[in-house]
Design a protein around this ligand. Structure first.
Ligand code: FAD
Length: 326
């Protein structure tokens, strides 16, 4: 039992943010547990990814092959399992992403490791590892104590802050074993990018989020105008996506994005747990809702009970006035 292993996640040759979030947590725990952090990078033409990762780990295992260019859970599982069996990690971190959710259960089974999914905190307590995981789409948080000294965890994106590290890890390039190259039941057919607006709401400092309380699409320009005035990005709940008023990459919640802005303004949002799970860690939450009993007020730091269609223009004018006087 020698290391904390992190599975780097990449898409189209680019490392995803979740990789650096997991590496930050892995290094923090490794320092406390006197362990090394190793990172596993699967892909094609991995040189620049491996070099980038070497600043965050003691060893980078780069498995470079045409067959690994795109995610295939069967080939990935076999390849990762082989490396993990050689290095026997104490803890193994995988992103709680579409990629990780597909891979982790069968991999944990193959490696005979206990698996804790959807982790939002991992700490060391009395020499044991305690993970907090989300259950029922964030309705409940469960603290799970690892009885064993080893285990696998899937980590929710946006949970841990990536940290700038300057290690100089050793890059070990390994081939994909020949026997894994044939006989797989599934093949990769093609890659299609989901249309996006080009704005990443997970990076925004200010978010103005719209819920079903907006009522009609024709009411949206007033909110867009308000967001522009305060330098915020627009986001929304699922019904707004379902209505086709905003693109999917703006959805916040358990089946959308997890955001942590400095300011989150929730307009006409009831506060269903599937939505709250994606925004409850915002630094300051302001909610506007005409129903004083709306659950959103239980997570809001400031609340306004009233009609958003009247309150938004008033807020905008007030902010403009304050800006002009500043
Ligand atoms: C598996 C699953 C996954 C899901 N994932 C997500 C997810 O990722 N994100 C997500 O958001 N939802 C998700 N949902 C849906 C979720 O359960 C809720 O249905 C949704 O969040 C409700 O959105 P809402 O608050 O906009 O609408 P509503 O619940 O209908 O709330 C509208 C609110 O607007 C208020 N309102 C109405 N008119 C006004 C007005 N003029 N001024 C001020 N307030 C007004 C009302 O009082 C009400 O509180 C998921 C559901 C399931 C089953």
């Amino acid at each position: 039992m020698s290391c904390i292993m992190v599975l780097a996640e990449s898409r189209q040759g680019n490392l995803r943010d979740i990789t650096f979030e997991m590496l930050a947590k892995a290094n923090e725990l490794a320092n406390q547990m006197n362990l090394k952090v190793n990172v596993l990078c699967l892909g094609k033409n991995n040189e620049s990814m491996a070099k980038n990762l070497s600043a965050y780990a003691y060893e980078v295992f780069s498995i470079d092959d045409e067959l690994l260019a795109n995610f295939n859970s069967e080939i990935y599982r076999k390849t990762i399992s082989k490396v993990a069996q050689e290095h026997k990690p104490s803890l193994f971190f995988i992103g709680h992403t579409a990629f990780g959710i597909d891979l982790a259960p069968s991999l944990a089974h193959e490696l005979n490791l206990p698996l804790i999914t959807d982790c939002i905190e991992i700490i060391r307590e009395d020499s044991k590892i305690v993970a907090t995981r989300q259950m029922y789409s964030g309705k409940l948080n469960a603290r799970v104590l690892f009885k064993e000294q080893s285990g696998m965890m899937t980590i929710r994106s946006g949970t841990f802050k990536p940290a700038e590290l300057k290690l100089s890890g050793n890059i070990v390039t390994k081939p994909i074993p020949e026997e894994f190259k044939t006989g797989h039941a599934s093949n990769f057919l093609g890659y299609e990018e989901v249309p996006t607006t080009g704005i990443d709401i997970t990076k925004a400092d200010i978010i103005v989020a719209i819920g079903r309380g907006i009522k009609e699409q024709k009411n949206m320009p007033a909110v867009e105008d308000f967001a522009k005035t305060i330098g915020g990005e627009l986001a929304c709940t699922r019904p707004v996506i379902d209505a086709g008023w905003m693109p999917k990459d703006r959805q916040v919640g358990s089946s959308g994005k997890t955001v942590k802005p400095k300011l989150y303004i929730a307009l006409g949002i009831s506060g269903a747990f599937q939505h709250i799970s994606g925004m409850k860690s915002a630094q300051t939450i302001v909610a506007v809702n005409k129903d004083q009993n709306a659950p959103i007020f239980s997570v809001a730091h400031y609340g306004i009970v009233g009609d958003l269609l009247k309150i938004v223009p008033m807020l905008k004018d007030k902010i403009k006035e304050m800006k002009a006087g500043a």
